[in-house]
Design a protein around this ligand. Sequence first.
Ligand SMILES: *Cc1c(COP(=O)(O)O)cnc(C)c1O
Length: 413
Amino acid sequence: METECGFNTVLLHGVEDNNPFGTTQVPIYQSSAFRHENAEELEKIFNNKKAGFSYTRIGNPTVEAFEKRITKLEGGAASVACASGMAALFNAITNILQSGDEIVAAAGLYGGTVELFDELKAFGITTRYVTENRSEAYEQLITDKTRVIFAETIGNPKLDVTDIRAVAEMAHSHGLPLIVDNTVATPYLVQPIKLGADVVVNSSSKYINGNSDAISGVLTVGGSFQWEEERYPLLKPYKQFGPMAYLAKLRNGLFRNTGACLAPQNAFLNNLGLETLGLRMERQCANALELARFLEGLDADIKVNYPGLAASPYHGLAEKQFHGGYGAIITVRTGSKDRAFRIINALKLPYILSNIGDTKTLVIHPASTITAHLTEEELQQSGVYDDLIRISVGIEDIEDLKRDFENAIKGEK
Ligand SMILES: *Cc1c(COP(=O)(O)O)cnc(C)c1O
């Protein structure tokens, strides 16, 4: 059924849950542990001989329902939900890397991810950043120590677009997996696994949840990458699982031992919010395109960056790779930090806060907030400037948004 159905139908009907009472939403199984009839049964569950639940740090039915929906939407083999996007990223990387290993990563990464990669230096894991988001640029940085290629589908806040098919093919030709952060694009725009990515991470705090009422992350494995034993010795104990060794190690090792689990209450909120992901993305992408075009023509000193605009160097790729829009994040350069602050302060509708993917429009000055901890070089690579405003476009009526931005930009002069 799913292959014939559209995104929203799959989202609403694609997963069958165990539902003894016919509830319309997956209930919150608010239980730390799960009791069993006898010792033999719990033994089987603990040793993967029988499906079932034992302890919520390891698995929970509400959380599992969320994981199954994301697996379906991302077109992957399995997912692991985590307490935050950062927890998902940490698990995705350290599941296979050890001291001495290297990451080759995109330039315009989310500030938190750059900081995480900085933290990993203490464990002997280092990162080399490309300066241009092209597969040849990644390839040039590969050494015999490289173990992962990492990119964001749409960089936050650089808004560069990764050619996933090209980078995945290049990575595979070197026996390396591609891990993609799909937070800004969401599976509504693109399913990176279908283009060759091996692990996809989403900060589900953003569009997937949609209402900004819970922090969470989720990683999804494609399940086809062949993990070479010599290169990924951490997966050796799980080699009987073949391409699923990565997932087996996560589930039976790192994920449960780092206590990165998602709370059932938050999984419930995600399942609820997820139902409108397609509707929200459709509206938010349409709003973003119209607002970007409007801002582009509004003031000669305002420089608009949005993959949906023909002026974006990534427009052609975005058009080819995405379906249904170009995402809902826009950045604008205003000429100075002072002017950026004045515009932000003059806006009436958007919330001033550090988040993206809410139903409401959000604005932030990244250089003084979310990327304030980055070095000058990291800032440049991340496409963050002192005069830059990031806009996460919501579902408001577009005419109201346009009027508000027009008043703020014209009025503050
Ligand atoms: C927000 C975000 C993260 C981190 O997710 P949290 O849920 O806040 O931990 C990672 N990557 C991207 C692209 C993000 O926007």
